[in-house]
Design a protein. Structure first.
Lengths: 340, 340
DNA sequence: TTGAAAGCGGTACCAT
DNA sequence: ATGGTACCGCTTTCAA
């Protein structure tokens, strides 16, 4: 059983020609058998000999050669950025990936951190993906879209907050998050609202739109929004809590539950009553937020239809002519607990 | 400026032949120029014309064709499983990826969730990666290793708790985590120690070794270990906390900080004094654990040398003969706060 | 039922 | 300083 072959380093990779030779047939026949080609009839004994030879050699077809010949790949590229992917996204991609694999696509994540926009796009294009799904936090320019389509991508899909010219946009409008949070706070009578802006790099693509959404919602109600830069560190939170009185805020939307928990603890330590003096709202509906006292109010987010998305991609691949689709994936709702 | 070309759907992808035609040279020359081939001298005007033509057509080389010809790729494959990747791993991979890219490798994550072991391995092998880095939680059999090396992989590296025959093992021995936690508890005089076992699927590759490490450390000290199955849900924790008195434990290692926070809250709500009645230790050293009262004791984990790992891989690629390396990446240390 | 051969997009040797 | 061309591994007509 699989005793490691201590060959002199240079083990040559078996090709379909090797299989053919061993089975005593032509490469064509090997291809027919291994791909179960229905348009051609191969005798059972031959099929058997070919299969036998293949497993004996440990033959694995060469994807590059195959798709080179075919003129197209079934590769779906999923660039990933520097953003620490939260459980929500991870789950979403997991589903998407499963759905695409069911449709017989090869899904691959390509880490693009540290590449300039167009470098990254070129790198993706070299792989000749049939579809590219760009998550929020990675910027795709119209020019980038063009490079991709010109290199054969049938579907280019952005998940960012803004539709990109030429690409199909499945929008995740982060503004909704800010809007839900602030809406909730307004209903509960708050008017002077802080919005935490994480200082951590890479989060701006999320925090800026959330702030914008907060502003849009606050304005008509005559409420006031103050951005509050914050590091994800105890000292930073303590410092912010320290000057809380002079800020004169009666509520804060803390970007997400983690920043909310951090800030809430600091505020409590500084003697600020929650929700008495200041209401606190997070986002993500983490389990941990429910363990705090008071329990953390939050904005719950759901990503609709990862699976239909797989089918949408499949449709786009087959009918590339289609006009860009724009869809909103994000569903948000405020969850009232005790901190607001 | 990049007005979207509303072509009748079938835009043909430009090849090096197209570039050659437009520049009025041969394909060979195009290759020389675009790859800055030093072994051949091309006149400046020609170089210019070629570059001009390439950009004008939006030419991007075809990676598959290139590596088919070259006989090898520079692809490093990084299978990813169903396990919710924590920040520690994400950071580690980020670094590894950056390091490898600096060495001019193409790094790609391949989601293998829902594939049987050998299906997955075949799928990887089809891509003819030059190296494969298998994270913990994904099982690689010796047979799988053989398939990969036979298909041309020069370096197969496992990050799991157990070295795999034939592969280079960069071990992350999760037992250390349990050992550190229990060691800490023993020093503080605890003897009847519970170990939380998450019921969530996919965590067993981590939880089992941690339990084993706990047992190994407890035994010589005459301490007793009780596994405690727990769902990551408030009800499950409450239920466990409810029968805490009858368990007669004076300490618990809660798998990680998240489970620890969950359990600690439930215990407090059930009237169990922490650390008076029961000491609690988590793992991961999350910031959030420091916000609890009492502050959560934890096991800090560090993944040594992601960057040297990139260079190790590079070396392995160049000198494949090398005997399997086995190395321990994980550094753990207990951090005493207030919950123990 | 099977085989011979062309060709996918690049690269690199050998001529010119 | 350039061009012609064989070849990488695989699929797919077309012939036999």
């Amino acid at each position: 059983m699989s005793q490691l072959p201590k060959q002199p380093a240079e083990v040559s990779v078996p090709t379909s020609a090797d299989v053919a030779r061993l089975a005593g047939v032509s490469r064509a026949t090997v291809s027919y058998v291994l791909n179960n080609n229905a348009t051609v009839r191969i005798s059972e004994p031959t099929r058997h000999r070919v299969r036998e030879a293949a497993t004996q050699l440990g033959y694995v077809p060469h994807a590059a050669a195959r798709s080179l010949r075919a003129g197209h790949s079934r590769l779906v590229l999923l660039p990933s950025g520097h953003i620490p992917a939260g459980p929500l996204h991870q789950h979403f991609f997991q589903e998407l990936q499963a759905g695409l694999r069911r449709l017989d696509y090869t899904v691959v994540q390509y880490g693009s951190a540290g590449l300039a926009d167009d470098e990254a796009v070129r790198a993706w294009a070299e792989l000749r993906p049939v579809a590219v799904v760009v998550p929020p936090g990675i910027t795709l320019t119209p020019h980038g879209t063009e490079i991709l389509t010109r290199s054969g991508a049938k579907a280019v899909i952005t998940l960012g907050p803004e539709p990109v010219a030429g690409a199909h946009g499945l929008v995740m409008d982060q503004r909704q998050v800010g809007a839900s949070a602030v809406g909730h706070l307004l209903v509960r009578g708050r008017r002077r609202i802080g919005v935490v802006m994480p200082r951590e790099a890479g989060l701006t693509p999320f925090s800026e739109p959330r702030l914008a959404g907060a502003r849009q919602t606050a304005e008509p109600a005559g409420a006031h929004i103050s951005p509050l830069p914050l590091h994800y560190e105890e000292e930073s939170a303590a410092e912010l809590a320290h000057r809380w009185p002079e800020l004169g805020l009666d509520a804060v939307f803390a970007y997400n539950d983690e920043y909310a928990m951090l800030l809430m603890r600091a505020l409590q330590d500084a003697g600020v009553a929650i929700p008495g003096d200041t209401a606190v709202v997070g986002a993500d509906d983490l389990l941990l937020g429910r363990l705090l006292r008071p329990r953390l109010s939050t904005v719950r987010m759901e990503l609709a239809m990862p699976d239909p998305l797989a089918e949408t991609i499949d449709r786009l691949v087959h009918h590339p002519g289609t006009a860009p689709v724009h869809h909103d994936l994000l569903r948000t709702s405020a969850v009232h607990r005790e901190s607001s």
